[in-house]
Design a protein around this ligand. Sequence first.
Ligand SMILES: NC(=O)c1ccc[n+]([C@@H]2O[C@H](COP(=O)([O-])OP(=O)(O)OC[C@H]3O[C@@H](n4cnc5c(N)ncnc54)[C@H](OP(=O)(O)O)[C@@H]3O)[C@@H](O)[C@H]2O)c1
Length: 264
Amino acid sequence: MQIDLSGRTALVTGSTQGIGHAIAVGLARAGARVVVNGRGEERVAAAVRDVRAASGSDDVTGAVGDLATEEGAAAVVEAVPGPDILVNNLGIFGSAPPLEIDDAEWRRYFEVNVLSAVRLIRAYLPGMKERGWGRVIDLASDSAVVIPAEMIHYGMTKTSLLAVGRGFAKDAAGTGVTVNSVIAGPTHTGGVEGFVRELVGDELPWDEAQHEFMVKYRPQSLLQRLIEPEEIANMVVYLASPLASATTGGALRVDGGYVDSLLP
Ligand SMILES: NC(=O)c1ccc[n+]([C@@H]2O[C@H](COP(=O)([O-])OP(=O)(O)OC[C@H]3O[C@@H](n4cnc5c(N)ncnc54)[C@H](OP(=O)(O)O)[C@@H]3O)[C@@H](O)[C@H]2O)c1
């Protein structure tokens, strides 16, 4: 399979680190003009430099904006008026005892993880439909399907994103624009190594440590290791490509078999 995204512009939200960063690199390697996003000038500028270096492409720029706010989203839309590919990667997560999550925290999770995506879809989908080609990809999680008791607010946002993707795919029916979600499983991003070491200790080399962590604490995983961000990015790059033209309204799993179900 040859994936060629030359001539396409892609905006990846929340891409100064982690999975978003890997997606930005993957899309740039495939030839897309890539715009990275985060909340601060410095981190966005550093990410632009990193993505250029990792992809070998100079066609990488940044758009600063806090997408959890209307003003931040408006600033990003002004800077990036008509992307062909929108990757709603931005997402925050954390654990909290369910009965202690107050209204403000429920709202914050909804604003950051769901409304940020909805705002950008609303801004960009009409142009994609008019041009007869476009890709919207939302980053969901295994927590959308298997709601963790200590992350109900996070799980709620990821289930919502599946609904948002399915609904907007219907809005885009027959236009050449596809809308899909990617269900990512436990991934090797910043901070995870420390978390793994806290639980299994410092003695084992990393590969064995993460294997022990997965077998003991994430036994549902069939992969028995963390997923690398590039493995999520590969699915996103494929979905963003013309090759994925018949996949829309779907939720595709890159979860290492974590969700014990045949569907989605
Ligand atoms: N990591 C996992 O194991 C895992 C598993 C399943 C699904 N996911 C999903 O995958 C996505 C990426 O996760 P990750 O672990 O790579 O995240 P991460 O490492 O925490 O990175 C989050 C990114 O979002 C940016 N950001 C945070 N708030 C923002 C805002 N209001 N506006 C714009 N940018 C903002 C951050 O940039 P600045 O700080 O520079 O603003 C950063 O680049 C999320 O949707 C997450 O739910 C992750």
